[in-house]
Unconditional design. Structure first.
Length: 207
């Protein structure tokens, strides 16, 4: 099978139940809230793992410490090919749920007396910027804790986010903006019916 044919396959995504279980499991305890916010950002915005770990506090917080409603990314995929128009397109809008979780996370950082704006948003236990490798490991660990039977890559959280947007709006242009794809044909991969949608559609058929 050619590369072009493989890339046209519908992207693999988490089910609605798996998304709920992941967020519920990681959101139960204060010591896990960093991981919970990472998953919320991935599912709520479609940010890639490299984009998430590259965030600084100043990227997401206003001078008064409150979170921003939208984030202008400094680091993003294919940065080397950017122009001004492309840079302006790298704006990420936060869902309400993620916004309030970010507010809680920033308040917790201030209580720990961490630097207000000049440090990475997500720190390792050693106080360094969290690595993409560690984020992938964390996601594997949480899939086990949430009782997943299937294994997903972290990037499939991004696929899930874009699919969720398309399912909610049925507007491929909105999905393209959320995905921050330069080409619309990249986004059309997400115009597929999920297994859940197919099952729901046939459940009530005469048989």
């Amino acid at each position: 099978m050619s590369y072009a044919d493989r890339t046209r396959r519908p992207p693999r995504t988490l089910t609605d139940d798996e998304q709920r279980r992941l967020l519920k499991a990681s959101g139960q305890h204060a010591e896990d809230f960093r991981d919970h916010l990472i998953f919320s950002l991935a599912l709520g915005t479609g940010l890639r793992e490299g984009e998430i770990v590259a965030l600084d506090v100043a990227d997401v917080a206003r001078p008064d410490g409150k979170p921003k409603r939208s984030i202008q990314l400094r680091y993003y995929a294919k940065k080397g090919n950017q122009d001004n128009a492309h840079a302006r397109s790298q704006v990420v809008h936060l869902p309400d749920g993620t916004y309030y979780k970010l507010d809680k996370f920033l308040r917790h950082r201030r209580q720990l007396d961490l630097p207000a704006t000049t440090s990475p948003l997500f720190l390792s236990r050693e106080g360094r910027r969290l690595s993409t490798r560690r984020v992938r490991e964390i996601f594997v660990e949480w899939q086990g804790r949430a009782g997943f039977t299937d294994h997903y890559t972290f990037h499939e959280l991004r696929h899930t986010a874009i699919t969720n947007v398309y399912r909610a709006t049925r507007d491929i242009r909105i999905a393209q903006r959320v995905a921050r794809h330069a080409r619309i044909d990249t986004t059309t991969r997400y115009e597929h019916a999920s297994d859940q949608e197919v099952a729901a559609a046939v459940r009530g058929l005469a048989s």
